[in-house]
Write a protein that binds this ligand. Sequence first.
Ligand code: WTA
Length: 651
Amino acid sequence: MSSNDITSVLKEDRSFPPPSAFQQRALIGSMEEYDRLWTYAAEQPERFWAEQATTCLNWFKRWDRVLDWQLPHAKWFTGGKLNVSYNCLDRHLLTWRRNKAAIIWEGEPGDRRVLTYNDLHHEVCRAANMLKKQGIGSGDRVTIYMPLVPELAISMLACARIGAVHNVVFGGFSSEAIADRNRDSQARLIITADGGWRRGAIVPLKANVDAAMAKSPSVERVIVLKRTGWEVPMQAGRDLWWHDEMATVSANCQAEELDSEHPLFLLYTSGSTGKPKGILHTTAGYLLHATLTSQVVLDLKDDDTYWCTADVGWITGHSYVVYGPLANGATTVMYEGAPNFPDWGRLWEIIERNKVSVFYTAPTAIRACAREGSKWPKQRDLTSLRLLGSVGEPINPEAWMWYRDTIGGGRCPIIDTWWQTETGGMMITPLPGAMATVPGSATRPFFGVVPDIIDASGNSVPRGKGGFLVIRQPWPGMLRTIWGDDERYKTQYWSQAPGVYFTGDGARQDAAGNYWILGRIDDVINVAGHRLSTMEVESALVSHPSVAEAAVVGAPHELKGEGLHAFVLLEGSHRPSDSLMRDLMDHVVRQIGALARPESVRFAQALPKTRSGKIMRRLLRDIAAGRASVGDTTSLEDFSVLATLRANEDV
Ligand code: WTA
């Protein structure tokens, strides 16, 4: 791909200054203050971050050195000792917050629970002892495959308390995906549930784990939370009930004193090549980034009720449902189910009833709600809201304006936050009390984040021109490596241009200095805000006995942002049919999960390739975008003529 491909057609001149009432209460209340601090952090990052680490976190032992940077490996706060669970819980018990609501939870069927910081601390200590009883200790990997229930956060914090490394697997992933992650991380234990509720049905989480177990030799124990009451088989000697085990252990458990760079969690995400990679985040730097951005960007105050709708199976749920809010002693809302169950009013009802003041969601949810019309939000009193956020994919100005007017009543700033699993926390985002927001722009870099936009030869491009988004300096929340594959870490992120972190996104900076994210420039596709690699879906297709070769591309989708479109070449005796098409779609769902179901599968006689044998994805993308409907899928498409015509083009 050449950087000429990155063009931006968007023209946007609306701009909304921060409301003055908001500005007065915000930590950073003016552009001058933002500029001063950003420059300070860019010029003296070690001083800036040492100050923040002192005020944001509690330490058992202070660090010796702020940053040890041996490109491309960073170590932050070396010599320091702390514990993430202590920072999220114990330190609040010493204050009036001990009986403040930490988690306000709502199940899809309508059941509700509120856990105070004191309650949560008890549960986490017991869960930590439960893990210890099974022989889990510092550095052991624990897979967590659960519905969005408080026990998910409790499990993560319990791991953090004893130094075990959690790997949360999104509940929408299939048994194959669980097994892959178990094998790669060499997990010793899985925490799951008998099921979870989604659109009125039970997601068979335990059954998926059972199916994964045959291919997960490292896993010794499965702890099962009773969530739905659905009967599940329990294998003696291997499977244990959460409630039985929790009843046998005490609620006293000291938080381990862990090194700053102790591994905190793995989270698998798609890259442009091969299998999903285990992104490694460590203790101090990650927590500092999540904590500070929650204060400055989400503007969390003690009287806020905050709700981030992300599933905890994604990085947004890690940083901004669990760790960032809890480290700040905030009240975080968790909702188990679908936004449209029992109807499209569910989100707004939850906001009204809990008087949610800060709301953080994804463009795909905003677009889906906008399509259902304003009548749902209009039935509810949303005046408790004061700040709205968006994350996961570019938000189109139309959806942005609907969000602002219909949900925010025209009074709430919108923070469009750009970041990645790899970055740990927000990187480019408005500070809502300091800067004017512009529909579709993520605006400015956060403190300590030094972005640049470069061309294919690594030179910075002038303002207004599109290019590759890179980050020029290490920051505390950055990933440390790819689990078990440091070479891949180096090539994937640090080899495209010397000395800089390569994000995989295209971007442009406008004349005013605001950043516009233009989307992925590699083979990663953002489907409803979920990252998938075309390669992953292609290899799932090729693992089907009828498929000889497959190419998968993304094309614009009204609600999901992008959808997946597959082109397949069949093995000798197989013939195209509608039933085979459906079978292939189901096969992808079995291999990866429902989020990867292709919008269309087309049968081809040949795939268009360049002379060097690379699939001409651009051509396929045009075809996929031009014909969104599946149409006559049984005919074979012959790309050979087109392929010859375009044989000299780039991929
Ligand atoms: C995209 C999610 C535009 C981007 C936190 C990035 C965005 C990928 C935005 C990371 C945004 C995320 N505007 N694009 N505000 N936020 N992206 O790892 O392509 O699931 O590289 O992390 O999502 O997705 P991930």
